[in-house]
Design a protein around this ligand. Structure first.
Ligand code: ADP
Ligand code: ASP
Ligand code: MG
Length: 415
């Protein structure tokens, strides 16, 4: 008998029929004697719908009130799932984040979990109940409702598993594991049996939304056994493992390919090439709460420099507005912005022990005539910024170039 924390995502609870199917699954585990803590997302599309309502009233909705609004999505599904479990004869009890209580900081819409009170959950488990918790939400010290950022139910699942020292945290979703790349983009993507935390962290931070990055961070930090599985199809899924297997040398150079369409590129051209100039440009961007991703600086022959960096598409307008002021102050020539860019990254711990991976990547892109605009690397990843319209082509050609394609008969999009 084990204690399992299972998280079911939006598609898995997208209709009443699917909630009933989740109840059947949970009841099956409970019948085997496992203690069950279930985290659910809002029904698919609901969080977007609620954000859309808010934006009809305020272009940039008030963060505190937005959290009050969007947290209702998950409140619906916890209640419906408990009803479905009770209908099947299993006692169950629903909790919002605040009722648990999941204490977070006060950073509305991107709060971080600080502490979890296990008392209610432990008492319910001891009484044989299934515990059903609303994902994606908590409360701050003053009892304000907070949310954990898009995809945050994954983090709720992992955090509860850590707090309860669960035997496994199982993330049930609409694909049957973590793939070499998004199987909806590359038909010949392959499911990985295992992936290291380190690689998964890179994949998540570089755009693979199958797991929220904070969930992976949390699982790594607290050593939570974490598995991604399908709600719709039996199978072993993908285990996220702490240690690299001994045969790292045998591992493929590249384990996966991640991509992110949500990038915009901004250039401040003709900047005087003096010490401190990058700081004087990027400090006001940081002060405006805009996150900067890839940064490149070129020095021109006339001793001026161009500084180019990427931000989230949604922040582009605000960043340009800030930079127009900066350009005047420091005597830069112009500010240019381009929202039609995307980032493609190859990830793999195997890269550590091999040279030449970058040139292999750049050659594959060149063969498809894809121009690289910016490059950034770390020990286990290489990312490039390219024109957005070539994104899918780039992902496919890299998937092939690094030997990740499945045999044709193995590949299907798998739910
Ligand atoms: P949920 O609603 O269950 O949280 P998400 O939509 O957040 O599900 O995440 C699952 C989706 O992640 C898949 O449908 C798939 O399109 C996408 N995805 C992106 N990269 C990968 C990858 N490397 N492996 C598997 N799925 C991926
Ligand atoms: N419902 C939230 C979202 O759509 C949280 C989640 O599903 O993980 O982002
Ligand atoms: Mg998700």
């Amino acid at each position: 008998m084990s204690l399992l924390v299972q998280k079911y995502g939006g598609t898995s609870v997208g209709t009443v029929e699917r909630i009933e199917a989740v109840a059947d699954k949970v009841a099956g585990f409970r019948a085997q004697g496992h203690d069950m803590v279930i985290v659910v997302s809002a029904m698919s599309g609901e969080t977007n719908r609620l954000i859309g309502l808010a934006q009809q009233i305020q272009e940039y909705p008030d963060p505190r009130e937005l959290d009050v609004l969007v947290s209702t999505g998950e409140q619906v599904t916890i209640a419906l799932l408990c009803m479905a479990l009770k209908k099947r004869g299993w006692d169950a009890r629903s909790y919002t984040g605040g009722q648990v209580k999941i204490l977070t900081d006060s950073a509305h819409t991107k709060a971080r979990i600080q502490e979890i009170d296990e008392a209610n959950m432990r008492a319910d488990l001891a009484a044989g109940r299934v515990v059903v918790v609303a994902g994606f939400q908590g409360v701050d010290e003053l009892n304000n409702i907070t949310t954990l950022g898009r995809g945050g139910s994954d983090t709720t699942g992992v955090a509860l598993a850590a707090a309860l020292t669960a035997d496994e945290c199982q993330i049930y979703t609409d694909v049957d594991g973590v793939y070499t790349t998004d199987p909806r983009v590359v038909e010949r993507a392959q499911r990985l049996d295992r992936i290291t935390f380190e690689e998964m962290l890179e994949m998540a931070s570089l755009g693979s939304k199958v797991l929220q990055i904070r969930a992976v961070e949390f699982a790594g930090k607290y050593n939570v056994p974490l598995r991604v599985l399908s709600s719709f199809k039996e199978g072993p899924g993908t285990l996220i493992t702490l240690d690299e297997e001994e045969d790292t040398m045998e591992k493929p150079l590249v384990s996966g390919i991640a991509f992110n369409r949500d990038e915009a590129k901004i250039t401040l051209a003709g900047v005087p090439n003096t010490p401190g100039v990058a700081a004087s440009i990027l400090a006001p961007i940081g002060a405006a709460n805009i996150e900067v991703d890839v940064i490149v600086q070129n020095v021109g022959a006339d001793n001026t420099t161009d500084l180019t960096f990427t931000v989230n598409k949604g922040d582009m307008k605000a960043a340009v507005a800030v930079l127009e002021g900066v350009a005047q102050e420091i005597g830069a020539r112009e500010v240019r912005a381009d929202s039609e860019v995307a980032k493609v990254s190859i990830v793999g711990v195997g890269m550590r022990s091999h040279a030449g991976v970058a040139s292999q990547m750049f050659t594959a892109l060149a063969q498809e005539n894809i121009n690289i605009q910016m490059i950034t690397t770390s020990e286990i990843k290489i990312s490039v910024i390219i024109e957005e319209r070539y994104l899918e082509l780039a992902v496919r050609c890299l998937h092939t170039a690094f030997g990740l394609d499945a045999e044709p008969e193995e590949s299907r999009v798998r739910g």
